[in-house]
Write a protein that binds this ligand. Structure first.
Ligand code: UDP
Length: 237
């Protein structure tokens, strides 16, 4: 299929740019190689990060769609772009956790690496001014972010996505520690949007527990690049 023509820029974030297309119901999402907050930092960038992210997101969204979980993904376009359905985004970050790590370890005083007996779901209200505070389902309703039916659907889709992704990664010797999802409405229909890439997920090697993909605590850019490429290879090769 010929590439869809890119129109006006709609939005530019730290990691991605959205463009209009000739069809108001579809937009192009382009992944950047370097996030804005890194542009002034003198360190080698991860080569082809945007292209790897596009391929990984397409693979994972494709898998979820095969299992009946609606996503905005339509098709890959060029190297670093996806054609997606235009969504009215819900201002929530939805995190699913299988193993204790990051902010959960700090907040609840749990040791990082502890397996959780049940997957844990957390919502944060997307607000830069407030620092994305954790919220619960009654807060979400009170803030008017989503209806009770939508909240139920978000919860169900998030757990089903986890149920699909866990074995997919396990087969690739990856432990899916936690990951972040975002949802939106397309013609009133709830679906997964944004990205599903190593930049919103914590991946550990199943055997060695070595951090794969993005890791802010990793000191060496060369090691970060190798770990990102390794996760790309395991998902897409
Ligand atoms: N996450 C994200 N965007 C955010 C916050 C978190 O993609 O703004 C992802 C993060 O990559 C991890 C999961 O959500 O996979 C849980 O993150 P956590 O709350 O532990 O925060 P972190 O320790 O990553 O700051």
């Amino acid at each position: 299929m010929p590439a869809v023509e890119r129109g006006r820029k709609l939005y530019e974030g730290k990691w991605k740019v959205l463009f209009e297309t000739g069809d108001p119901a579809r937009v192009i999402l382009r992944f950047k190689d370097v996030p804005d907050f890194d542009r002034t930092v003198a360190r080698p960038k991860l080569p082809r990060r945007g292209a790897m992210k596009a391929r990984i997101a397409a693979t994972l969204f494709g898998l979820l769609q095969e299992r009946g979980i609606s996503t905005h993904f339509l098709e890959l376009q060029g190297e670093r772009e996806m054609l997606v359905r235009r969504l009215e985004m819900i201002r929530l970050e939805v995190v699913i956790r299988n193993v204790v790590a990051g902010s959960l370890a700090k907040r609840l005083g749990m040791e990082a690496g502890t397996p959780l007996p049940v997957p844990v779901l957390e919502y944060s209200y997307k607000s830069d001014a407030l620092g994305d505070p954790l919220v619960n389902e009654t807060h979400i309703q009170a803030l008017g972010l989503a209806s009770p039916e939508e909240i139920r659907a978000i919860r169900e889709m998030a757990f089903r996505a986890n149920g699909t992704l866990l074995p997919f990664f396990a087969e690739r010797e990856i432990l899916l520690v936690d990951f972040k999802l975002e949802f939106g409405r397309h013609v009133g229909r709830l679906m997964l949007g944004d990205e599903l890439t190593p930049d919103g997920c914590r991946f550990w090697d199943r055997a060695t527990r070595e951090r794969l993909g993005k890791d802010r605590t990793r000191r060496s850019p060369a090691r970060e690049a190798a770990a990102y490429q390794e996760v790309f290879r395991r998902i897409c090769a």
